[in-house]
Design a protein around this ligand. Structure first.
Ligand code: NI
Length: 170
């Protein structure tokens, strides 16, 4: 694999990313392809550029896990422009492997983003797709799902991760 996934608590994961400013380049297309490959390899439904060490506002999502090409979504410089409803469900993160917890998110989210050519578009997702879009856009703002947990649960996870680090298993 060309890239390895950065794990918590690497500081790049808590740093807001810079916008993508160059479009329609071979480098950007290659990066998007590499991100999909990396995400499928790790069996994830979303991957944000900072998770492979690139602090740029770029994320890829595929809630079909590679089964349906029509569900491949590339969001560049995305912003959530509207959200409504609420859902609570189990969430995980490729940068925090082995840890999952219930997170409450909006049920519906509409995102405005650019594609690899720089063209702006709006897209709306429900349920899992809405959850993935919110989770990935959080990454671009330096926010991990840990920050949506209760302080008690968050501290528990952090203690467990520190122990794994001490034991050389992280
Ligand atoms: Ni994540």
């Amino acid at each position: 694999m060309k890239y390895t996934i950065v794990k918590y608590p690497d500081p790049i994961l808590s740093t807001p990313c810079d916008p993508v400013s160059e479009f329609d380049t071979a480098e950007l297309r290659q990066l998007v392809d590499d991100m999909f490959a990396c995400m499928y390899e790790a069996s994830g439904v979303g991957l944000a550029a900072p998770q492979i060490g690139i602090s740029r506002r770029l994320t890829v999502i595929d809630c079909s896990c590679g089964e349906d090409p029509a569900q491949k979504l590339v969001l560049i410089n995305p912003e959530i422009i509207s959200r409504d409803g609420s859902q609570t469900g189990e969430e995980g993160c490729l940068s925090i492997p082995g840890f999952r917890a219930n997170v409450t998110r909006a049920m519906n989210a509409t995102v405005r983003a650019q594609d690899v050519s720089g063209k702006w578009f709006d897209t709306t997702g429900q349920e899992l797709l809405a959850r993935a879009m919110q989770h990935e856009i959080d990454h671009l703002n330096g926010i991990l799902f840990l920050q949506h947990l209760t302080p008690l649960k968050r501290d528990l996870f952090k203690r467990k991760i520190r122990k794994l680090q001490r034991d050389g298993e992280w």
